[in-house]
Design a protein around this ligand. Structure first.
Ligand SMILES: C[S@@+](CC[C@H](N)C(=O)[O-])C[C@H]1O[C@@H](n2cnc3c(N)ncnc32)[C@H](O)[C@@H]1O
Length: 383
């Protein structure tokens, strides 16, 4: 999601945008509790993923420089190339006869898939070595990413397909890539008051949505923060657990690479006592992200303490947990950068590559890369 900088984005909406937004508010109203309250996770789920009208499921591609935000794969192909190096490394350590899959969770517009496929396609026998599977929740982005990835995959003879879920066709051997997917999972937001944890959400006032607070009508998520301060906000995304569980259930051998911005629970609490919810539109922050559902990206920082604990609980072992810069270094970024600079067609192109490399190494400083492997499988050296 990175790129937001003040001032807050003004929303220039067309009549079509407004109609979509109204349809979303109506749909939210229909799913409200008796007093009109909609818990934040339900709001975020509909705002991002409601069929045909959510932020990711609507008619326009929200990613990239022309959209609302860009991610590391959009900065420069060097990112995807480095990741492809890691895929090749894992593949090379496996039994060659075993079909090897690269499964990308939440590929968005397919930018990362296209680069990884291009790099894998340089191997002479790539067609026999790899297949690529896209698991994308949004039907419209599923189509966009499939077209893009298939075009590149066809050049190298690597088959590309989409599947409903991580293990839709059973357990597999390979690499799972989850780049900026966990931060897009709907979150419950709870605020601590004298009477205990209260649920945050929204309530419809006419055709607008206002922030609202209510007594929780469901049990609290597990492990609430100890000794909370009055007004402290606790964000809990159940979807991150579901993703880690799916990896553990279906990845028979290989590595899962989770890349996202976030930090450990203690640091999250001290640095962000009122939560990390961010709304972004056209590369700028939106101060009241509930005001234009379907037109604003919503995300929160990933609580990596919880993700790592879930991974351990589900029997995955941790190969690495590091900053993006460290992981890129391990995956051979330096050599790839040297190659890219050597083959740059002009001084300007070289400069652009240098700036992109600087951004990938130092501009994504809140990003963590977590590598997981099924316990009891092959133990993977991280370099
Ligand atoms: C922030 S975007 C990142 C897109 C892409 N990975 C990138 O970094 O450019 C999050 C993507 O994850 C998808 N997504 C969210 N939850 C998902 C899930 N449970 N399964 C598959 N895709 C999911 C969204 O539809 C969206 O395309």
């Amino acid at each position: 999601m990175p790129s937001p900088h003040p001032p807050s984005a003004a929303l220039d909406e067309s009549a079509e945008d407004l109609a979509r937004e109204r349809a979303l508010v109506e749909r939210l109203g229909a799913s409200a509790e008796t007093d009109g309250f909609v818990p934040f996770d339900r709001f975020m789920d509909r705002a991002l993923y409601a069929e045909g009208i959510g932020y990711y499921t609507g008619p326009t591609n929200p990613l990239g420089r022309l959209g609302d935000f860009y991610t590391a794969p959009h900065v420069h192909p060097l990112f995807g190339r480095a990741l492809a190096r890691r895929v090749q490394q894992v593949r090379d350590r496996l039994v060659p006869e075993v079909p090897f899959r690269v499964v990308e969770l939440g590929p968005g517009d397919g930018t990362l898939a296209a680069t990884v496929l291009e790099e894998l396609g340089r191997e002479p026998d790539a067609a026999a070595r790899y297949s690529y599977v896209l698991v994308e929740r949004s039907p419209s982005l599923r189509t966009v990413s499939l077209e893009r990835a298939q075009t590149v995959g066809a050049g190298a003879g690597i088959s590309v397909a989409t599947e409903e879920g991580l293990g839709s066709s059973g357990p597999f051997v390979g690499v799972v890539i989850a780049h900026e997917v966990l931060d897009a999972q709907p979150v419950r937001r709870l605020v601590y008051r004298r009477e205990g944890w209260q649920e945050l959400g929204v309530r419809g006032i006419g055709d607008r949505l206002e922030p609202a607070e209510s007594r929780p009508s469901r049990p609290l998520p597990p492990n609430p923060p100890a000794a909370p301060e009055d007004g402290e906000i606790w964000e809990h995304a159940a979807g991150t657990t579901t993703c880690v569980r799916a990896i553990s259930d279906h990845l028979a051998s290989g590595v899962a690479i989770v890349i996202d911005y976030g930090m450990g629970a203690a640091e999250l609490r001290s640095a962000h006592p009122t939560g990390t919810l961010a709304g972004v539109r056209r590369h700028q922050p939106v101060e009241e992200p509930w005001t234009h559902p379907g037109h604003v990206d919503l995300s929160t920082f990933v609580d990596f303490t919880r993700v790592r604990a879930d991974a351990a609980r589900f029997g995955l072992c941790e190969l690495a947990y590091s900053s993006q810069a460290e992981a890129l270094g391990r995956w051979g970024f330096d050599e790839l950068l040297r190659e890219a600079l050597r083959s740059a067609p002009s001084a300007e192109a070289r400069l652009r590559t240098q700036l992109a490399a600087k951004s990938l190494l130092f501009g994504f400083e809140r990003f963590q890369i977590l590598e997981l492997a099924p316990a009891g499988g092959v133990v993977w050296p991280i370099t």
